[in-house]
Design a protein around this ligand. Structure first.
Ligand SMILES: Cc1cn([C@H]2C[C@H](O)[C@@H](COP(=O)(O)OP(=O)(O)OP(=O)(O)O)O2)c(=O)[nH]c1=O
Length: 186
């Protein structure tokens, strides 16, 4: 069965490639909005849209995922510009937030959905640090305006849960694929 990752994210491709040799990458072309009020539900709904979009065009076994940062029950998506990135980082400073990845795997016409939550605590960030981090260019294509896998690692005090979930591809998805019969590479 052909495995397809419905994502433009290079991070997702790299993580999936650690475990499976053969898959295709076909980014979806959908808007990242939903009617869901609950953040986890929202992430799952968007993941479903991504997977359904690619499945309807190519069939196969399709993986869609959506990662959001949630602070005080409010969703922080990808910042539109540097000013918005700074605002997000100020809001996250010194606080615990959740990173939620919703996923949808469509296999033999059936949808397997779920979400994974990781808690992340940020250090207290100075204005100078925030300015420096935004000038690295890292925040712009990332939920919550940071990437834990890059220079953004320095902003983080601790995490509780799956590290790979913060980067956008929880190990839960790998386990679901294994359960469906996809063989892990050696
Ligand atoms: C919090 C955090 C997010 N991110 C990234 C993961 C996701 O790529 C991105 C959230 O955006 P998403 O909409 O989940 O994904 P995407 O637009 O990059 O790719 P696609 O929709 O095609 O699958 O933020 C990190 O890389 N590191 C982090 O620490």
């Amino acid at each position: 069965m052909r495995l397809i990752l419905a994502s433009q994210s290079p991070r997702r491709r790299e993580i999936l490639a650690k475990f499976f040799d053969a898959f295709d990458v076909i980014p979806s072309n959908v808007s990242e909005d939903s009617k869901a009020l609950d953040p986890a539900e929202h992430a799952v709904e968007v993941a479903k849209k991504k997977a359904r979009d690619v499945y309807s065009r190519y069939g196969g076994t399709v993986i869609g995922a959506d990662t959001i940062v949630v602070l005080d029950n409010k969703i922080l998506g990808k910042p539109e510009n540097k000013e918005e990135a700074k605002e997000m980082l100020r809001a996250l400073s010194g606080r615990i937030h959740k990173v939620i990845t919703g996923y949808c795997i469509i296999h033999e016409g059936r949808e397997i959905t779920g979400h994974v939550v990781t808690e992340v605590k940020f250090r207290e960030l100075s204005e100078e640090e925030i300015k420096w981090y935004v000038s690295t260019g890292e925040p712009l294509d990332k939920a919550g305006a940071y990437g834990i896998q890059g220079k953004g690692g320095i902003l983080v005090e601790w995490i509780k849960g799956d590290y790979y979930n913060v980067v956008g591809f929880p190990m839960k998805i790998i386990l679901e694929l294994k359960n469906l019969g996809f063989k892990l590479s050696t």
